[in-house]
Design a protein around this ligand. Structure first.
Ligand code: SF4
Length: 471
């Protein structure tokens, strides 16, 4: 078992984050002042924060300390710990000692990509990716007025559950009545809250789950409810996640077009039909192409398509091939996700983490995809990481021209208020802080996750949000 003794600080969370990258799930043993990694080698080290703000990590007679600018304590202890672990294991992480979900926030603070390499040991390609993306995020964010509101409407139901997903989505195959009641509750919540909403909407995202799992009648009714109750400003970006091609009908596309939906997501995840079927998705790659072409023919010109690198049953070449196929289709946005282990997913952490025999293979296939996308005229416009993402990699949204999603950027920035409707939604208010350019203080207001409880307690949820926004 690997042990890190904390000295002069109590940043268990930060120590855990670094340990996780090297040895898997850590355990915080606070009464003994240490964090352990049961899957790591039998080694004990000391991670100290000195009174002058510098951090040193000791292993035997070795001391690891960065010579240069001292960072704030949370980053400082991670950096010296990373230096020690990297030396002990002879491993370097693509994102160096950056463990947070938003490396672009750190990149915003720096004048060039080189600073990320030097201060945080970020690999040059990732440093450049974070730096370029951070500039694009800032450019897009400037298009979202500070006093406007972003709105999320969540439909936590799917036609079946994908093997890798632990989302609180209910498989609707046996719960059709639940879906109808849920949609009605959602309308009730929108109608209760919207009279009190003063701000206009700059970006609206209907996500899930799979919103297009609603039958045509309920789907149209929900769009009517949204458009007739909320103040949608001219030019507002409205995205519908139509993730599963098997749920998209001509009637729903017509409904979206009539309501003025500006952006849709059709997510194949891979262009291998055999993988899709093994994963429990009830559609083929050909279905995704057919629906994409239908949507284009009907005039939808802003379409995002998602891919996942590191899927079970696939190797690196399969992912690269899928990227090539999407590039041929030429949607305006392509988002490349890296598979990560969600807690309640059917597949195990081992299947996620060890599927690609080496970090290098997954890393290379993601890098190859990015290269292909850039050659085809796409550029990264937003990115984030998730805990337990396969080998510490990231998810990156690519766009052609000026088509990057306002909602994605605004939501990830934590710089714009978000009002969420539906079970599991997280509303947030973001407050500017003195002296901080990019980092706002954020207050959050969660909504109950269970769809059935949400239906029963929708009035209470609505009142809570009205009070939260003081509207
Ligand atoms: S479509 Fe998305 S939310 Fe639904 S089960 Fe699959 S991965 Fe999960």
């Amino acid at each position: 078992m690997f042990e890190v003794i904390l000295k002069g600080h109590d940043k268990y969370y930060g120590v855990s984050d670094v340990l996780r990258m090297f040895f898997g799930v850590p355990e915080e043993v606070k009464d003994e002042g240490k964090v352990t990694a049961p899957d790591g080698p039998d080694i004990r080290i000391i991670n100290e924060l000195l009174p002058d703000g510098r951090s040193v990590t000791y292993y035997g007679d070795k001391a690891y300390e960065f010579e240069g600018e001292v960072l704030e304590p949370g980053r400082e202890i991670k950096r010296s710990l990373y230096m020690a672990l990297s030396d002990i294991t002879s491993q370097k992480m693509p994102w160096g000692c950056l463990t947070g979900i938003r490396p672009t926030l750190v990149a915003c603070e720096e004048k060039d990509a080189k600073a990320l390499e030097e201060k945080y040991f970020v690999r040059p390609d990732k440093a450049q990716l974070a730096f370029d993306t951070s500039r694009e995020e800032q450019r897009i964010l400037a298009k979202v007025p500070e006093d406007s509101l972003c709105v999320y409407v969540g439909i936590p139901f799917c036609p079946s559950r994908c093997e890798y997903c632990s989302f609180v989505s209910s498989d609707i195959s046996c719960h059709m009545d639940r879906l109808v009641n849920y949609e009605a509750a959602l309308e009730r919540e929108i109608m209760m809250i919207s009279p009190a909403v003063k701000s206009s909407l700059s970006a609206l995202y209907v996500g899930g789950g799979t919103p297009t799992v609603l039958e045509e009648k309920e789907f149209a009714s929900l769009l009517d409810c949204i458009y007739s109750n909320l103040k949608i400003m001219p030019g507002c970006e409205v995205t519908i996640e139509a993730g599963r091609p098997d749920t998209i009908t001509e009637g729903k596309l017509l409904s979206m077009r009539e309501h003025g939906i500006t952006r849709i997501c059709i997510n194949p995840q891979t262009m291998r039909s055999d993988t899709l079927l093994k994963l429990g998705r009830k559609h083929t790659a050909e279905d995704a192409v057919r629906v994409y072409q239908k949507a284009m023919d009907m005039g939808f010109d802003l379409i995002n398509m998602d891919l996942i690198a590191g899927l079970p049953y696939e190797n690196a070449e399969d992912h690269v091939e899928s990227t090539k196929k999407l590039i041929e289709l030429a949607p305006t946005n392509i988002t490349v996700h890296t598979l990560y282990k969600k807690r309640r997913a059917r597949i195990s952490r081992e299947q996620v983490m060890d599927h690609y025999k080496t970090r290098g293979e997954l890393d290379k296939c993601v890098a190859d995809s990015y290269e292909l996308l850039k050659e085809a005229g796409y550029h990264p416009y937003y990115m984030y990481r998730q805990k337990d993402t396969g080998h510490g990699l990231e998810n990156t949204g690519f766009a052609k021209g000026d088509t990057g999603s306002l909602y994605n950027v605004a939501m990830m920035s934590d710089c714009r208020d978000v009002l969420s409707f539906g079970a599991g939604g997280m509303s947030k208010r973001c407050f500017k802080q003195e002296g901080e350019l990019y980092k706002h203080r954020v207050e959050r207001c969660p909504t109950i996750k269970d769809a059935l409880t949400y239906i029963e307690r929708v009035e209470e949820m609505a009142e809570k949000k009205i009070a939260f926004f003081q509207i």
